[in-house]
Write a protein that binds this ligand. Structure first.
Ligand code: GRF
Length: 195
């Protein structure tokens, strides 16, 4: 089955690009039907536009009603009738509306081996802790921060002399492959996924 994907981004969107490339070369059992962002002017949106994929921007303005923002986000996503919603470098936490509407169908990727080093700084925290192996995790989003059910993981060695940037970059290479593989497994029903 080919799944309809809405991808959420906040930055450069290289994970999104991996999905678009896999789709273009027939390696993705899915179609990116829309890309959403929490800010305008980012490379992630430009990548979607170059690929002819519809985009939407839904910023959260600090101090405003977070619950209303989340409800609106859920409505925007629902417009595209997705089977899966992929948070690919999306730096916002979704709330109860998104979780109620799409629970179990929201997936995220994290640059560490969860439950180690959750949060915004997975590669930095792994380096600071001195671990010799870290990696990438694809998981379902729940109400916590990086606490959802783990769908797939891949290890990445920490090399002597690694900086946050070099380590994160090597993890991202792994994340891109892992994300495509996980979506394909979900689409084929090989991983327990959307219900
Ligand atoms: C990835 O490592 C993702 O796990 C993290 O931010 C990075 C996104 O990179 N949250 P990009 O914007 O897809 O290049």
């Amino acid at each position: 089955m080919s799944v309809r994907l809405v991808v959420l981004v906040s930055g450069t969107g290289t994970l999104l690009q991996a999905l678009l490339d896999a789709q273009a070369s027939g390696r993705l059992d899915g179609e990116v039907v829309a890309v959403g962002a929490d800010r305008d002017g980012i490379e992630g949106l430009a990548r979607a536009e170059r690929a002819g994929v519809p985009t939407f921007v839904h910023p959260y303005v600090r101090g405003t009603d977070r619950d209303a923002w989340d409800e609106e986000l859920a409505s925007l996503i629902a417009t595209y009738s997705p089977d899966l919603i992929v948070s690919a470098g999306y730096m916002k936490l979704v709330g109860r509306h998104c979780l109620e509407r799409f629970g179990g169908r929201l997936i995220n990727t994290h640059p560490a081996l969860l439950p180690s080093f959750p949060g915004m700084h997975g590669p930095r925290d792994a380096l600071a802790h001195g671990v010799k192996v870290t990696g990438a995790t694809v998981f379902t989003i729940d109400a916590g921060v990086d606490t959802g059910r783990i769908l797939a993981q891949e290890a990445v060695r920490v090399e002597p002399g690694d900086t946050v940037e070099t380590l994160h970059e090597r993890i991202k290479v792994v994340e891109r492959i892992l994300l495509v593989d996980t979506i394909n497994n979900l689409a084929r029903g090989a991983t327990e996924g959307p219900t």
